[in-house]
Write a protein that binds this ligand. Structure first.
Ligand code: PMP
Length: 290
């Protein structure tokens, strides 16, 4: 595998960053997870936009323009002959000193890895998954805003550990007010009486790109879509529940905190949205090969 670092391609064994990089020392940096399907990079513009919004929020000056960044991503796919894959784009603050001062990190680093991802096993998409609410609360937006896709994912990792300890693959994270925010690497949706509901971004969620695609698809197919604050009670009494994310795509949920959702099988609306989403990924995106 060839890894892009700051404009050059390195064999994966030789792809390295400094131990003084503030991305490593402090989680000071940002990232994106992007998918390639059928020789195209899916929602490339949206991912690059979100990367630049994250950068702005943490006063990180990305040393490439948006267009150059998109070209670097597509070229990294070409270098690795990717048609189907998962692209990890990372921008770190760069090497500095052992102190916190980010102004001493003169050159932010851009890393692009075009690899593979298999988040959940295929049977999970047929049978649905069980998730659990965990004690670790989602970061406050007044602390580290969850809208920033930062390299500091400890909040999510602690919640993921709690879910795994409870025998589940994903965790429902509540915000400090007790409303549902999102999961550790996915946004969450419920279906109730032909309405599609998902927590508002202000509840402390990442502005999920899959979330947006699913909301648009749902509106087009005549569902009512809204973003109210949701409680655990709303999840328990939903007709259907599913998660969305670039890696997970749409993953049906059939149990929350031991409560069976709907009839305990992936719901009809969820299944329809899954197939609509998969169809879209096959035909849409930035072509890698002309
Ligand atoms: N929430 C969190 C915390 C995430 O890390 C992600 C991305 N894996 C998502 C939601 C889903 O966002 P997207 O659909 O843009 O991948």
């Amino acid at each position: 595998m060839k890894i892009y670092i700051d404009g050059k391609y390195y064999d994966e064994r030789k792809a390295m960053v400094s131990v003084f990089d503030h991305g490593l020392l402090y989680g000071d940096g940002i990232f994106e997870g992007i998918r390639a399907y059928n020789g195209r990079v899916f929602k490339l513009n949206e991912h690059v936009d979100r990367l630049f919004f994250s950068a702005k929020a943490i006063l990180l000056s990305i040393p490439l323009g948006r267009q150059e960044m998109m070209e670097a991503i597509v070229e990294t796919c070409r270098q690795n002959k990717v048609r189907e894959g998962y692209i990890r784009l990372v921008v770190t603050r760069g090497a500095g000193t052992l102190g916190l001062n980010p102004n001493l990190c003169k050159n932010p680093s851009i890393i692009i890895i075009a690899g593979k991802i298999q988040l959940y096993p295929p049977e999970l998409y047929e049978q649905g998954m069980e998730i659990v609410t965990v004690p670790t609360v989602r970061n406050l937006h007044s602390a580290v805003n969850p809208a920033i896709k930062s390299l500091n994912y400890l909040n999510n990792i602690l919640a993921k550990i709690e879910a795994l300890n409870a025998g589940c693959q994903e965790a429902v994270m509540l915000n400090a007010e007790g409303f549902v925010a999102e999961c550790t690497g996915d946004n969450i949706f419920i279906v109730r009486e032909r309405q599609l509901l998902t927590p508002p971004l202000s509840a402390g969620t990442l502005h999920g790109i899959t979330r947006r695609v699913v909301m648009d698809m749902a509106v087009e197919s005549g569902l009512l879509v809204s973003e109210p604050n949701l409680t655990r009670y709303d999840l328990f009494n939903a007709d259907e529940c599913f998660l969305t994310g670039t890696g997970a795509e749409l993953a049906p949920v059939v149990k929350v905190d031991g409560r069976v959702i709907g009839n305990g099988k992936p719901g009809a609306t969820t299944l329809r949205l899954i197939s609509q989403y998969r169809a879209l990924t096959k035909v849409s995106g930035e072509p890698i090969y002309e």
